[in-house]
Design a protein around this ligand. Sequence first.
Ligand code: ZN
Length: 244
Amino acid sequence: MRYLVLGDVHANLEALEAVLGDCGEYDAALCLGDLIDYGPNPNECVERTASLSHLTCLVGNHDQAAFGHVSLDAFNSQARAAAVWTGSMLSAASRTFLETLHSTAATSEYLLAHASPLEPIWEYLEFEWQATLNFAAFEQPLCFVGHTHVPKVFAQTAAGEHVECFLPRDGVDIDLSDGMRRIVNPGSVGQPRDGDPRASYLIWDTALGTISFHRVAYPFAITQGKILRAGLPGALAYRLSCGR
Ligand code: ZN
């Protein structure tokens, strides 16, 4: 199986189309949530994601915020303004699609969680000590998470005594044949925050036993123009050029 793993699209249609144009053939798509909010094309991104073949899709905190399932008190003023705008733009079809989604999904091979296994909607999984607690919360060899918008790999030794982490760059391949368990973040399609403005995703190839990280440039000036014309906060446009 060749899986396309992506998340945090954040209503950025140009970035999503660039990823789908770059990723090649795949057998199934795993989407880690936050399809909407921040960006100018929420309905188009929901529709495009929903059309991906053999899709498993999670709900994220921003999806829930836009249809009123979480309080906006936890958001800063820009995020709150964007959530209110997105909620007002959301079509009935988009709302129906998002409302059917769950915050985790699991098979015997993998767990998916928008944020973390312990707190699927809210935890920013950034440090080894957090990963250590989270490895104890699931049994599969592999877990994919989103939410931080930073590509990252946590690996735990087979005996569970040690967890290490690193930040993968574009083109890095991970060999899964070493018996380590992993929590892997593919980074964000629509609002990267690791200083690289290119859209981020990964390919998990079960036949090869590898995960490969990819970045793809997209015309973010178009997205920025749409954000400003929609009256969304200018900072949400600016951050797309610096990837922060
Ligand atoms: Zn997000």
